[in-house]
Design a protein around this ligand. Sequence first.
Ligand SMILES: Cc1ncc(COP(=O)(O)O)c(C=O)c1O
Length: 422
Amino acid sequence: MAPVAARSAGAVGVGVAIFISVALTTYLICDRRSKKKNIPRKNGLVEAIGNTPLIRINSLSAATGCQILGKCEFLNPGGSVKDRVALQIIQEALESGQLRPGGIVTEGSAGSTAISIATVAPAYGCKTHVVIPDDAAIEKSQILEALGATVERVRPVSITHKDHFVNIARRRASEANEFAQKQRNSQLNGKEDTAKINGDESDGHNYSSLFPSDCQGGYFADQFENLANFRAHYNGTGPEIWEQTNGKLDAFVAAAGTGGTVAGVSTFLQEKNPDIKCFLVDPPGSGLFNKVTRGVMYTKEEAEGRRLKNPFDTITEGIGINRITKNFAMAKLHGAFRGTDREAVEMARFLLKNDGLFLGSSSAMNCVGAVRVAQAIGPGHTIVTILCDSGMRHLSKFCNAEYLSELGLTPKADGLEFLGIE
Ligand SMILES: Cc1ncc(COP(=O)(O)O)c(C=O)c1O
């Protein structure tokens, strides 16, 4: 039989072991719970915009020897990076009093920005009126109408024409303001002249069919020239990238449509650390590559004002432009790369196969840009780009096998050989 002292020492040992294991289990359970508790609750849709994950794109990182990171903007509630822009534009317009609750936000866009405005506007009690060219894919108006926006499809003309869809959108905002003012006056005067007001016409349009009778005026979002777009990225996307990388990044690259993303992010990152290199990747037909690398945008014949329709010879959507917008003018760029449609298509297929990432055309082009940057600056660097929207938005074109085959763009690469990586 063991002596009493030894027996009690053994009991103490067992007791300590039990205590430690109970404490450890409790710690682990509490730690898990507290980690769960750390996921903050959001107040409404608006707070769910931004703070998107930054993911390591494993296939591209392994292939280039760089850490290639993608900001998952497709996870925003409205499905794209443009949610940030719509939110900033609407908030600033309400704060300045240029937009009233119940007012109509107008935009000339067939793309993600209109969808984001239509997503965000109801959260502020506002409405959306979108003017788009009548050759835009029909599903674009269907999505917008399903979101509650009114949609006007118009004949495509040059941007210099007063009836270009962007110019009509600008005009509709002024007309909504006049309409609302007349409604207010008639209520003040107690006159029953609503029918007269509704009979007012603009471009053959009856106001009453465009604006609701309780319309509180209009505001033209103007994503190309409105610097709220820049601020959305300078105050949001840029700082998030900085925090998510702990300030340890070497380069940023993205394509430009309005230029808001490259401008806001590049300006913020440069202010934090001037050694961070920022680049543009530009699709076919866009003049920005020339502008960044040579200082000239286009020949006289290519000037956007001289063209009738979409001047871009690319299937990528939302990127490429042939004029300098106020937003793009703010960009701090060190260089530019050209990307082709084939590279974007092959990249989209490669990322789907290797990483399970189902991305839209501009995201694919941005990833082409990330590889080009990796090749230019060499292995061992951290490069960030933007995953703007998902392939779901591109089912009828960029992500449609039949469409790609008609253009001779069926993807055929096994790996990244289309970018010179064997
Ligand atoms: C899907 C998509 N990706 C990228 C861009 C380009 O972003 P930015 O306008 O900030 O240059 C746009 C712009 O409309 C877009 O719609």
